[in-house]
Structure formats: C-alpha cells, structure tokens
Design a protein around this ligand. Structure first.
Ligand SMILES: Cc1cc2nc3c(=O)[nH]c(=O)nc-3n(C[C@H](O)[C@H](O)[C@H](O)COP(=O)(O)OP(=O)(O)OC[C@H]3O[C@@H](n4cnc5c(N)ncnc54)[C@H](O)[C@@H]3O)c2cc1C
Length: 367
C-alpha cells in the first residue's frame, strides 16, 4: 500500500531504466544530457550492479585481429567494421564525459598472440583498410614486444593501436557520480519483475511489489533480459576470472588477447588479471549463475604457465565470475519494442567501450 505522498510524488517518472550496469548508466547520461528536464530513474536489482560491469577485465578494446576476422566471416565486412566503429566511438564518449584520470584509463596497448604457422599479412591489410578512416594503421605485427611482455609461448604478436585499460571499479564509480550530478535517480535493491504498458512492477523485500509508471522504459539488463522479454534473442555467458598477488619484476604491461579473444590477460599494476576459457565448457557457462567453474579456473592457471613458461611463479589472490550476454552474432540489440519500451542489451565481451555509443543510440530513439 502506497502512502498519499508516495503516490503523488515518487512512483511516476518520465524515463525508467532497468539495470544499473555501465549501459544503464550510459543510457541515463545520454538521456539526461538530451532532456535535462525529464526525470530519469534507474532500477537496479542489487546493492552493487550484479552482472558484468563491475566484474569484467577492464579492457578498453575494439576487436583483435582474429576476432575481427571471425566477425567478418560471420556477419560481413560492413557489420564488422560498424561494430569496431561503435566501440571506438563509445570509448571516446565515455573518456570525454568522465576524464581519463577518473576512470583510470591507461593507453597500455593491446596485443594478440596468434598461430605463427598462419600468414596474416593479407588479413591485416584487409582489416586496416576497413577501419582506416577512424583508426589508421590499426593492426601491426609486433613481435618485438614479445620479450618485453615476457611471453615465451609460440606464436606471433600483433598489436592493436589505441587499445587501453580502465580501472573497472573507478569507471563505475565515476559513471554513477556523473549521472547523479545530472539528477538521475538510482534505486538499488529494486528488481523489476514485470513490465507492461507504461507500468513496471518492482519487487521489494519489505513491502511486496510496488508499481511505478513511466512514459518510456529502457531495458538494459543485458544477460537477464529474457526474464522480462521472453522472446529476446540473448543467451547468458559466464566469464571466469582470477587476479594474482603482485608479482615481483613483472614486465608484462598492457592487454593480451589469446585464442580469438576467448582468453584475456592484462596487468593491474604488478598483478596479472587473467580470464576466459568459456569455449572449453560452453554448455556449463551458458548460465546466469555466478559460480566458479573449477575446471576452467585450473585451465586458466596452466595456460598462464604456457604463456610465461613453467618457471613463472604466481599466486592467485581472488577469483570471481560475471555474466555476459551473447547471441547469434556480436551486434548489440538496440531497438524500440513499442511506443513505450526500448531494449538495449547483448553487449557481448566488449561492453566497456560500447556503452557510451549505446547511450547515444537509445537517446536517438526517444524524442
Ligand atoms: C569476466 C568478464 C570480463 C569482461 N571483460 C571485458 C573487457 O575487458 N572489456 C569489455 O569491454 N567488456 C568486458 N566484459 C563485458 C562487459 O563487462 C559487458 O559487456 C558490459 O559490462 C555490459 O554492461 P551492461 O550494463 O549491458 O550489463 P550488466 O553490467 O550485466 O548490467 C545489467 C544490470 O542489470 C541488473 N538487472 C538484471 N535484471 C534486473 C531486473 N529484473 N531488475 C533490475 N535490475 C536488473 C543487474 O543486476 C546488472 O547490474 C567482460 C565481462 C565479464 C563477465
């Protein structure tokens, strides 16, 4: 039961956003920048966002050589190019909005380790030609970096220009602060359990369900979208990660993509953060449960020794998981479902860079 005051002032908003991850926050920022006088409220089910945005690896990346080749193969050159452009543009928007210092952005460099038995010369030329108008000379052979990185595994190293790292925690903090300053309301502990017409039903652990109404509702709950929109073509994909204790004399700096992006390694100061391995247990990892997968975690540990050599010593400090959203191809779903509801989900494994662009795309859909 609502009080007179709640009913008259608190449960009606102009724009409601479901999900307080980086995309929900970026959508809120773009909408509030476009419509300063509209009330914008984010409903986030958890105290801290509980999906991918606070649990990722912090690569500010646009697509490695083999990822791009696989995307070109799967969805054609134009779509693959467009996706890289969206990520590149999205990152510019976020960096400009928040400042590099606030998000811990470091132009650390992106590298990929590939099979040296394969000749990638033509492929590099093709990819570079595709993205030339926004990142000239994007990919180049960079074997000289192999020894600085300390990599002993066989393979060639290519580098991706303009790739960097963010401090994921600081990015989320800065983004929350930014939208709060704009006047966005963030309601945490507010799981949206139903959306119908202009109404959203929020589950509240103290008082049962509360109905809010909104002129527009933007669904940004990514991997969890099917709980509200059953026919959405999104599958969850869990990501396994660990971070080591600081490693004395670590020379590795930057981001390394391995096995078409299924493994990702970066330094965080003198620590290494290593994640991935979904491809060795796809079925088990297609889940919204946050549990660790022991087999994948063990594989990550042995893979690190393959990369740096058996003599390389490290100790795992923390392990965690996060849930991503995938589909038939890597293109995000951003569309209007009806006059009220817009959906912006399926950010795959590169939502950090993409988020700023998605916010603008959603703002375009609302007048
Ligand atoms: C292990 C891992 C590593 C990654 N590494 C990188 C990387 O290095 N670089 C990169 O660019 N990307 C990376 N990603 C992907 C990136 O984190 C995501 O693409 C991005 O965070 C997606 O943001 P989002 O806001 O769409 O989704 P989320 O961050 O998942 O946000 C969705 C939010 O919706 C909330 N929610 C769900 N259902 C409801 C509901 N019914 N009501 C209210 N709230 C709800 C959830 O609690 C969650 O906070 C990684 C992801 C993982 C898991």
């Amino acid at each position: 039961m609502l009080s007179f005051w709640e009913k008259s002032s608190l449960v009606e908003v102009d724009i409601a956003i479901v999900g307080g991850g980086l995309v929900g926050l970026s959508v809120a920022a773009s909408l509030k920048e476009k419509f300063p006088s509209k009330s914008v409220t984010i409903f986030e089910r958890s105290c801290l966002p509980y999906g991918a945005s606070t649990r990722n690896a912090g690569f500010a990346c646009f697509g490695s050589l083999t990822e791009m080749l696989s995307d070109i193969h799967q969805m054609g050159e134009e779509n693959a190019r467009e996706l890289v452009f969206q990520r590149w543009m999205g990152l510019q928007i976020t960096r400009k909005r928040l400042s590099d210092q606030a998000i811990g952005f470091l132009p650390a460099g992106g590298f990929e380790l590939v099979d040296s038995n394969q000749n990638y010369n033509e492929a590099v030329e093709k990819v570079n030609f595709l993205v030339d108008d926004f990142i000239p000379d994007y990919i180049s052979l960079s074997n000289a970096h192999k020894s600085t990185l300390g990599i002993v595994a066989t393979g060639d190293v290519y580098s991706m220009k303009d790739e960097g790292q963010v401090h994921t925690g600081e990015l989320m903090k800065a983004m929350e602060k930014y939208v709060l300053q704009l006047g966005v309301m963030i309601r945490t502990g507010s799981e949206v359990i139903g959306v119908e017409g202009n109404s959203l039903t929020i589950k509240d652990q103290y008082r049962g369900n509360i109905d809010f109404s909104a002129d527009k509702i933007v669904i940004c709950n990514n991997a969890f979208a099917a709980s509200l929109i059953p026919d959405v073509e999104v599958q969850p994909g869990r990501g396994q990660v660990f971070i080591t204790h600081p490693i004395p004399n670590l020379t590795f700096r930057g981001n390394l993509h391995v096995d078409e992006g299924f493994y990702y390694l970066r330094n965080v100061g003198d620590r290494l953060l290593f994640g991935g391995g979904r491809n060795i247990d796809f079925q088990a990892e297609e889940t919204t449960e946050f549990a660790l997968n022991e087999m994948i975690q063990k594989t990550l540990e042995s893979k690190l020794n393959v990369l740096f050599g058996e003599a390389f010593k490290f100790e795992v400090d923390q392990r965690w998981t996060g849930i991503m959203a995938f589909g038939d191809d890597k293109r995000p779903i951003v569309k209007r479902l009806d006059d009220t509801i817009i959906i912006a989900v399926k950010m795959g494994g590169m939502g950090i860079a993409l988020a700023g662009y998605i916010g603008e795309e959603v703002a375009e859909l609302i007048n």
